[in-house]
Design a protein around this ligand. Structure first.
Ligand code: BGC
Ligand code: NOJ
Length: 811
């Protein structure tokens, strides 16, 4: 069952009922100001950091769900409704929600009045614009009371949701005409405030939640809206809100617009104002003036659309498969932008206060983002690297505003260091900008310890190299990619998960997955050494890699698949010797991607085992058999009921690893089949089972052991975004940036007769036509560049600004 449809011409997903199985959201903004907005107008806004600069309040896990948002109410002679249905849930005569690239349009109609709320965050400004268009579709004049409503957050969202004894007394606002200033904290900090304005004179306003909603009213039945007017309340403490009221008449057939804005203003740190609490409104007034007319707002919308056109033009596909095209051309890349911006901080499942930027997460996000805006990828790499320690290990997370490592979560995830190599190498393959390796970057944010980025990568590599266990496999530490496989946690904190701080590196527990990573990203590191004129270092690295590869093929091999790990007692995890958890997905994907066992047949065997033992109709589950009881020696993974999350859920993130691995062995049919099983556009028809948004990935789909098999959770912020785009663009379509130029090496279903890709790469544009006359899955017979046949399949680098015609014949 579907709840909407893709509108590819407008690059939108159109939702035609507000009663989606869960709120289906969009992200507005991709620089500093961000808003989350659901298909019924729920959501919230923040500036840069969802924890430290939260602008509006949002109650997660609320019942009913999704009550807080960017609200418009209409009181039409006592009938009260919202254009997006929530929070009054008054039945609408018609409803639609269009989620587009950085904007959302909600349209509701009731008794001949059509209300359209168009929300977006303009480029280059720290505000959200909401354009309300009201149309009287009847042939008689209509008089309406129209209200806006947002509830302010007192900035630090963590403190806001816990420190009530203080916060009920700190709230302050100021109203000037139609501008409502939220200035809590200004007294002490004097560096930021928010403003919620309208471009039209108000009839009345409210800034106190109790006045607007009523203490026992709430947003579903606000007193002021029921009364038909606000009470010009000024909040002193308690809960400051912003609400505008307009009493207006629409003539028959008349259309009126009101423009609202929610802005964040930050004064330069150095600027001090004379009186505490007196804000300088000049910056806000200038912002308000930038969006005072429809024409200005139209311009801002156009600039946003042009920006997205430009971003997406970096890679466009025409394959004849409309689902594949829409995912590759639009939604994969869009989700990659969002994960790049948010890491794992703010979604409808990530509260914005728990997790900031993840070291491993953000490094992987780069794989799907770097082609869009390489300059932003560059500065992100430098930010991430600055949270690394001198021994090569790293803080697992950091706060986006301060860029400081997050001590609460700690360190000890032994895969982290290698992801820095993965992200940096992807940047270099895309840009060829080796200057990044010379950038001086702090360790642990301490500038006095700064070293060139290349030295950071060296320490990443050496960290794994010097942390090997008894089988010659890398020590796992607190956990590797699988946060919940906590093989050392029991020794210090029985029964607790990795979230406990303190060292947890054991001398014995080892990870076959990190072995795969070491081979894959170690090779990428060795390649960089080669390109930097360090052949001895490259050779030395390769020698260390060969040893770990050997260990993976022997101690890491279980007979028909790669083992997952060795626990703190030296017992295998992910082995036929185990009663449960006999086979895991991660080492099969990563080791085969790294080419381990390709020559010996082990790679082939490992993927066969995945297909036999882990595959389901909705994707590949993480492990089998699921753990049915809690295991002290394994930790959090066994805390989940069977079929959920890391305990045999379909963890979408590592499904692309299997797909990539299949292409390494030339299995285009199977690679594409694995891709399709979790790919949103291909499973849109089961939206009632899947439940989350059908245009983006979720982190997890319940596995076959779960009672809710096929149900997804935790949409948007997942490494699946980057890995899927990386998989489909580079491994399946085979358009691969390398250090030496663009390599074309497709691995596709044999039924695909060909496709074309337009790829912007290092300033030139490549029109690549791939033909598959012999219906093969892999193999390139001939490549011509501007009509001339070339040797091999790496395209010679064209000068920036040039357009290159490429034909690739498979066979
Ligand atoms: C989840 C993981 C997640 C981790 C991060 C765990 O509870 O199962 O998927 O990565 O928390 O904090
Ligand atoms: C989600 C985390 O964000 C990611 O870093 C981790 O690898 C997976 N969960 C698997 O545990």
């Amino acid at each position: 069952m579907k709840f909407g449809h893709f509108d590819d011409a407008h690059r939108e997903y159109v939702i035609d009922t507000p009663r989606t199985p869960l709120p289906w959201i969009n992200y507005l903004g991709s620089e500093d100001f961000f808003s989350l907005v659901s298909n019924t107008g729920g959501g919230y806004s923040f500036y840069r950091d969802a924890r430290l600069r939260r602008i509006t309040r949002y109650r997660y896990n609320n019942s009913p769900l999704d009550m807080d948002g960017h609200r418009i109410y209409i009181n039409d002679g006592g009938t009260i409704w919202n254009p997006g249905w929530q929070p009054t849930k008054t039945e609408l005569d018609s409803y639609s929600c269009r989620h587009g690239l950085g904007y959302t349009i909600l349209t509701g109609e009731k008794n001949g009045i059509r209300a359209q709320q168009e929300l977006f965050v303009p480029r280059g400004d720290a505000c959200e614009i909401d354009r309300l268009t009201l149309e009287n579709k009847t042939d008689a004049p209509r008089t309406l009371d129209v209200f806006s409503y947002v509830e302010f957050c007192l900035w630090d969202a963590m403190d806001d949701s816990s420190n009530f004894q203080r916060n009920f007394s700190t709230g302050e606002v100021e109203v000037v005409g139609s501008a409502i200033y939220h200035k809590t904290e200004y007294r002490e900090r004097r560096d930021h405030y928010a403003v919620f304005w309208a471009n039209t004179p108000v009839t009345s306003f409210d800034t106190s939640r109790d006045a607007f909603c009523g203490v026992y009213g709430g947003p579903a039945e606000p007193e002021a809206v029921k009364a038909g007017h606000c009470s010009n309340s000024v909040a002193h403490g308690w809960a400051p809100v912003g609400a505008h009221h307009f009493h207006l008449t629409l003539e028959a057939g008349e259309t009126k617009t009101i423009l609202f804005g929610l802005g964040y203003i930050e004064n330069p740190v150095a600027e001090k104002f004379t009186a505490p609490g007196v804000i300088n409104k000049a910056r806000a007034e200038a912002m308000i003036a930038r969006y005072a007319t429809d024409a200005q707002v139209d311009e801002a919308r156009k600039a946003l659309a042009a920006h997205w056109d430009d971003l997406l033009s970096a890679l466009q596909l025409d394959s004849g498969d409309e689902k594949l095209d829409r995912m590759v051309n639009l939604w994969h890349q869009y989700q990659c932008m969002v994960t790049f911006n948010m890491s794992r901080s703010a979604s409808y499942y990530e509260s914005g206060i728990g997790r900031g930027m993840g070291f491993r997460d953000s490094c992987q996000d780069l794989l799907g983002f770097v082609h869009m805006i390489p300059e932003r990828a560059r500065s992100r790499i430098l930010d991430i690297a600055a949270t690394q320690f001198e021994d090569g290990s790293a803080y697992h997370q950091y706060q986006p505003l301060t860029k400081k490592g997050n001590r609460d979560v700690g360190t000890g995830f032994n895969d982290d260091p290698l992801w820095l190599i993965a992200g940096t190498a992807a940047y270099l393959r895309e840009t060829g900008d080796y200057s990044i390796l010379d950038e001086s970057v702090a360790f642990d944010n301490d500038e006095s310890k700064a070293q060139p980025l290349m030295e950071h990568l060296r320490r990443s590599f050496n960290f794994t190299r010097t942390h090997l266990g008894p089988h010659g496999l890398p020590l796992i530490g607190r956990a590797d990619w699988n946060d919940c496989l906590n093989l050392n946690c029991f020794s210090e904190h029985p029964g607790e998960s990795f979230q406990i701080t303190g060292p947890s590196e054991g001398p014995v527990a080892e990870s076959v997955f990190i072995a795969g990573m070491f081979v894959k990203y170690g090779e990428e590191y060795a390649d960089l050494c080669g390109h930097r004129g360090l052949p001895d270092e490259a050779a030395d690295a390769r020698a260390a890699i060969a040893q770990v590869e050997q260990a993976a093929l022997t101690a890491g091999w279980d007979g028909a698949w790669f083992r997952r790990a060795y626990d703190a007692f030296g017992k295998p995890v992910g082995s036929k010797e185990c009663d449960e958890g006999q086979i895991f997905i991660e080492p099969q994907g990563m080791c085969v991607m790294a080419g381990i066992g390709k020559e010996t047949g082990q790679a082939e065997q490992a993927l066969k085992s995945v297909e036999e033992r882990l595959d389901t109709k909705y994707g590949v589950v993480l492990l089998q058999p699921a753990y049915t009881t809690y295991r002290l020696n394994l930790g959090e993974i066994s805390s989940y009921p069977p079929g959920y999350k890391e305990n045999a859920g379909i963890f979408c993130h590592n499904n692309p690893w299997i797909s990539c691995a299949e292409t390494v062995l030339g299995h285009g049919d199977r690679a594409f089949e694995v891709y399709k099983k979790t790919c949103p556009a291909y499973i849109e028809d089961i939206s009632d089972i899947h439940r989350t948004e059908p245009y983006v990935y979720s982190q997890m789909v319940a596995g076959k052991d779960a009672p809710t098999f096929g149900e997804a959770k935790n949409s948007w912020l997942t490494g699946t975004a980057a890995w899927t785009f990386f998989n489909v663009s580079q491994y399946i379509l085979g358009v691969q940036p390398t250090l030496d130029g663009l390599k074309i090496d497709p691995c596709i279903p044999h039924t695909l007769p060909g496709f074309t890709v337009t790829r912007r790469y290092r300033g030139a544009v490549y029109h690549i036509r791939v033909e598959n006359p012999a219906a093969v899955q892999k193999g390139v017979k001939r490549v011509t560049v501007n009509g001339k046949t070339i040797e091999g399949n790496v395209l010679p680098l064209a000068p920036a600004g040039e357009t290159v015609e490429v034909t690739v014949v498979m066979g």
